[in-house]
Design a protein around this ligand. Structure first.
Ligand SMILES: Nc1ncnc2c1ncn2[C@@H]1O[C@H](COP(=O)(O)OP(=O)(O)OP(=O)(O)O)[C@@H](O)[C@H]1O
Ligand SMILES: [Mg+2]
Length: 584
């Protein structure tokens, strides 16, 4: 997995307590209820003895029966309530972790997302958080109640015979050392098992995201192997974790047997020398038996904790990825808001420190209002210009300004609320057409939606569909044609009534009629808004107010179509190959 681990955070147990803290009182209530259930269970034999006593003395047993029934009902009720409260708390911890993680993932910086696999992040939210469930309640409560019983038993043992206690503790210590070796292995195996689940999520996402291509490439079998390999790796590591957990449990059991035999031997010798009497030895042996269950409980808690800790480490890794600051959403521009101006000044940028520069000192000025086109060969850095304006990335050197103000001084939601952006591959989200249109402006009214549908020439499509705007578009809009997707993306951006409209190859898949219509729409929008368009088909930009010619991360020339055909060889060549040399 490509999330790099930087172990700088607080220790795991403290993080875990952080998740539990909001629920500490319910957790305590659950633990107390469990303890009380145990205690009422212990009372039952006493009452039974009473009942038998009554019977043998020919006394009426109604009282004892009444008390017994009461105890049984109370026990069942408290037991049920206790386990409900504990499980509910566990679910609340999972909910808390999921909420925190999903809010965080939505704020991740795009640069951080570039380095990760969405499928793996998804597994961290869905699968890893689930593992917190056991660790926070079962493990904590087990550690608490088991630990308490353990301490009480040890104290009683010390009162009975300190020497035998010493013997018992020595055996337990030896077992503890063995456990110390085993426990980290459980942690490591659990971690690797969860990583494998992440890998599986990532390859699932990769395949389902492009299932048509996978099928068309006849790659099902190879992809199947990748998936199975990840599933098997998870199995292998989980089995390893199970092996070590079993070993831990048995070590504890074995230690108790050894303690029993040793106490018997040493105690026997002490009885022979007269240091203690037989009664003391028997009492002590009983305590060794009593020790068994809390020790199993504590060891179980510790092994369970390892799985949870491994999951928590994966959650924390995701929470350490760079994210944008949490901020309130900003209102969209109102009608008649001033169009924005944009400027790049000597911007140098690369996507990562180990990648080559994509922008080598890009400089241009776009005044408010009007249409500016970016043209140039593939890979010149046009889309990157838009990404920098949206502040998906920050430039390494140089300044990008909107309204003359450095982007780094803008409040992010405010900056983005001013912009309408149609990405190069016109993403459409699963859901209904309406949801897609209103994504950027949920408050748009029916009138505005109708107008935008008309200008993007989607009204015909909507009228044709039996469910109209409520039609579901499928995963990534696969139920729409490529051109329809583009028009939906444009309509979505227009509904925001942006002060700055960014269109990246937004009409590349449209037929000539639709393209011409949208060109008019964009020209119309450009009268009141600043519009930046990237286009490979120069026919769409010949009437732009200015054209910025980019090549290999630099601005070669800026001018109108006519000026550039005359003045810039690259542009002239592009125009010539597209039979536009004499147009405009
Ligand atoms: N997220 C990214 N991480 C790393 N490199 C990237 C990333 N996005 C783009 N690049 C690289 O940056 C360079 C410029 O990409 P950009 O998308 O800006 O080109 P473009 O001018 O829009 O090209 P096209 O006309 O093909 O869309 C390319 O060489 C590309 O490989
Ligand atoms: Mg591009």
């Amino acid at each position: 997995m490509s999330i790099t681990e930087t172990e700088t955070g607080p220790p795991t147990w403290r993080l875990l307590l952080g998740y539990v803290r909001p629920h500490r009182w319910t957790l305590l209530a659950g633990a107390v209820l469990s303890l009380l259930t145990g205690a009422t269970g212990l009372l039952l034999p006493l009452v039974a003895r009473e009942l038998i006593d009554d019977l043998s003395h020919d006394r009426t047993i109604t009282g004892a029966l009444f008390v017994m029934s009461g105890l049984v009902i109370t026990n069942a009720a408290m037991g049920g309530l206790g386990s409900y409260v504990l499980r509910r708390t566990a679910e609340s911890v999972v909910l808390g972790a999921r909420r925190e993680l999903s809010s965080y993932l939505l704020r991740l910086r795009i640069a951080a997302v570039d380095r990760t696999e969405p499928g793996d992040l998804m597994a961290r939210i869905t699968s890893d958080t689930t593992l917190l469930r056991e660790v926070t309640t079962d493990s904590l409560v087990g550690l608490g109640t088991g630990g308490l019983t353990l301490v009480a038993t040890v104290v009683m043992m010390g009162l009975v015979d300190p020497v035998l206690l010493g013997v018992t503790l020595a055996v337990i210590l030896a077992a503890g050392t063995v456990l110390g070796v085993i426990v980290p292995r459980i942690n490591r195996a659990s971690r690797q098992a969860q990583d494998a689940v992440g890998v599986m999520g990532a390859s699932l996402e990769r395949i389902l995201g492009a299932l048509r291509t996978v099928k068309a490439s006849g790659a099902e079998h190879r992809e199947e192997r990748t998936l199975h390999a990840a599933a098997e790796e998870s199995w292998r590591q989980s089995v390893r974790a199970a092996k070590w957990s079993a070993a831990a449990g048995n070590t504890a059991g074995l230690a108790m047997q050894i303690a029993f035999i040793t106490v018997l031997a040493v105690g026997g010798a002490r009885v022979a020398t007269g240091a203690i009497d037989v009664g003391t030895l028997v009492a002590f042996l009983l305590y060794v038996f009593y020790l068994m269950s809390p020790i199993q409980q504590v060891v179980g808690a510790i092994t369970q904790y390892q799985t949870g800790a491994a999951a928590l480490a994966r959650i924390q890794e995701a929470l350490r990825l760079p994210a944008e600051p949490a901020a309130q959403p900003a209102p969209l521009p109102t009608d008649g808001a001033e169009p924005a101006s944009v400027a790049f000044s000597d911007v140098r940028f690369r996507y990562a420190d180990d990648l080559p520069y994509v922008h080598h000192g890009v400089t241009f000025d776009v005044p408010a209002r009007g249409m500016t086109a970016f043209v140039g060969p593939s890979g010149a850095g046009k889309t990157t210009v838009f990404s920098l304006i949206e502040r998906f990335y920050d430039p390494e050197a140089g300044v990008v300004t909107l309204d003359g103000r450095d982007l780094s001084e803008w409040d992010l939601p405010q900056l983005r609320s001013a912009i309408g952006y149609v990405e190069q591959d016109a993403p459409v989200l699963s859901g209904s057409l309406r949801e897609n249109l209103l994504l950027g402006n949920p408050d748009a009214d029916e009138g505005a939606v109708g107008r935008v549908l008309k200008t993007t020439r989607l009204d015909g499509l909507v009228a044709r569909l039996p469910k109209g705007l409520e039609t579901l578009v499928g995963h990534r809009g696969t139920k729409l044609s490529g051109g329809e997707r583009q028009r939906v993306a444009i309509a979505r951006a227009l509904l925001r009534r942006p002060r700055l409209l960014l269109l990246d190859e937004a009409t590349s898949q449209l037929d000539a009629v639709n393209e011409a219509a949208l060109r008019d729409t964009v020209a119309d929008v450009a009268r009141t808004t600043t519009v930046l368009v990237v286009a490979h088909r120069l026919s769409t930009v010949t009437m732009a107010d200015r054209i910025v010619v980019m090549d290999a991360g630099r601005v070669r020339a800026v001018g109108t179509h006519r000026e550039l055909v005359a003045g810039d060889p690259l542009y002239a060549e592009l125009a010539a190959t597209q039979f536009l040399a004499t147009a405009g």
